[in-house]
Design a protein around this ligand. Structure first.
Ligand code: NAD
Ligand code: MG
Length: 350
């Protein structure tokens, strides 16, 4: 079944006229949504904790900033862009009691609605506009006259205007310049978690570090191992992004291709493990494990962060990355700069 994809012509921005949109949170996604919507002519208020460092950043950008309860109280649409694990508590305490009758609730990831941590009453439209890229790219592309694609979904539609609001929001975000793919909260949530756990992070990250171990344990120099199992990944990913796996393969030698086709590393057992992980996502046990731990102050998460904070690859990583002159100056990418160093104001991205 072909996906439904919407573009600029499919949405009407006037649906948002006279409506106030509260953006809760001013992080990666929050700043991009608030600024893009504002620049598209939408009436935006940012809801933040009064103690948040982002209050000043948002104000410097000319945005109206209020406390979360105040922002919610005047909003017709409330977009919740807080970290997933804190959304339910903020919803109970600050959102639900202040929500106008019939106000729409919006998300950029389906986690809390899909797993039932947030249960809005039936009179509220519930929709999702989830960018397929980090917030800083969502802002950068908008400013350049382009857009980052989104996936969109409507979970509750009490008045029948759910899709019109969703697509208008996506248009104001700049996303319809690229396209919005129709999905559901279930599909977005489950596939997003699967991608993270099984391929993009849980797959690749472990594969690289394991490859490094195998080479160094076999007596090869760690510097050489780093280049072979890690550094070159970026070039292949860039090629694959441009032209798919075929282009990535085409650009490699016949020897490399033959090794790829005949490799026995990924086995039927790997597929079974992926299916097992998927089952834990589908039956909610992964979400429960994560959220229970977060509710207890995240002891397991913090222990894991510590345990994984010294990848074997990193014994030589800093030294080798410094050999590339373009790695030395200020971070090339705002996301990298900010999430890694935590120093550069998110709002400097234009
Ligand atoms: P983030 O961590 O960058 O920002 C979160 C913001 O919430 C910060 O401004 C923080 O100060 C604020 N905040 C935290 N706790 C708060 C509280 N208790 N009360 C009020 N404000 C609070 O988060 P993010 O990456 O922008 O993620 C937001 C949502 O967007 C999540 O649902 C995430 O899954 C989704 N999403 C993120 C990306 C991405 O690439 N970052 C992509 C698509 C969707
Ligand atoms: Mg994700």
């Amino acid at each position: 079944m072909a996906a439904t994809i919407w573009y600029e012509k499919d949405a009407d921005l006037s649906v948002l006229e006279g409506k106030k949109v509260a953006i809760l949170g001013y992080g990666s996604q929050g700043h991009a949504h608030a600024l893009n919507l504002r620049d598209s002519g939408v009436d935006v208020v940012v809801g933040l904790r009064p103690t948040s460092k982002s209050v000043e950043f948002a104000k410097e950008q000319g945005l109206e900033v209020k406390s979360v309860p105040e922002a919610v109280a005047e909003a017709d649409i409330v977009m919740i862009l807080l970290p997933d694990q804190y959304q339910a508590a903020v919803y109970k305490k600050d959102v639900e009691p202040n929500l106008k009758p019939g106000a729409a609730l919006a998300f950029a990831h389906g986690f809390n609605i899909h797993y039932g941590y947030i249960k809005p009453t039936e009179d509220h439209p519930v929709f999702m506009v989830a960018p397929k890229g980090p917030g800083h790219i969502v802002r950068r592309e908008y400013a350049a006259g382009r857009g980052v694609p989104v996936v969109v979904a409507v979970e509750q539609d009490p008045r029948g205007d759910g899709w019109a609001i969703t697509l208008a929001y996506a248009k104001a975000l700049g996303a319809l310049r690229a396209g919005a793919i129709k999905t559901t909260f279930t599909e977005e949530t489950e596939t997003d978690l699967f991608g993270e756990q099984d391929v993009l992070m849980g797959g690749i990250n472990h594969l690289c570090d394991l490859g490094f171990d195998v080479l160094t344990e076999a007596g090869y120099q760690p510097e050489i191992a780093y280049f072979e199992v890690f550094h070159e990944l970026k070039m292949l990913v860039d090629l694959a992004n441009e032209g798919g796996l075929n282009k990535a393969r085409w650009s490699c030698s016949d020897t490399a291709q033959y090794g790829d086709y005949t490799s026995t590393v990924i086995t039927d057992e790997t597929k079974k493990r992926m299916q097992y992980q998927l089952k834990r996502i589908q039956d909610g046990s992964f979400a429960k494990e994560f959220m229970d731990d977060q509710a207890a102050g995240a002891p397991k998460f913090k222990k894991l962060q510590e345990e994984f904070s010294h990848p074997h690859l990193e014994t030589v990583g800093p030294k080798l990355r410094a050999m590339f002159s373009w790695n030395n100056g200020p971070a090339k990418d705002q996301d990298e700069a900010e999430s890694f160093n935590g120093k550069i104001a998110r709002t400097q991205v234009q």
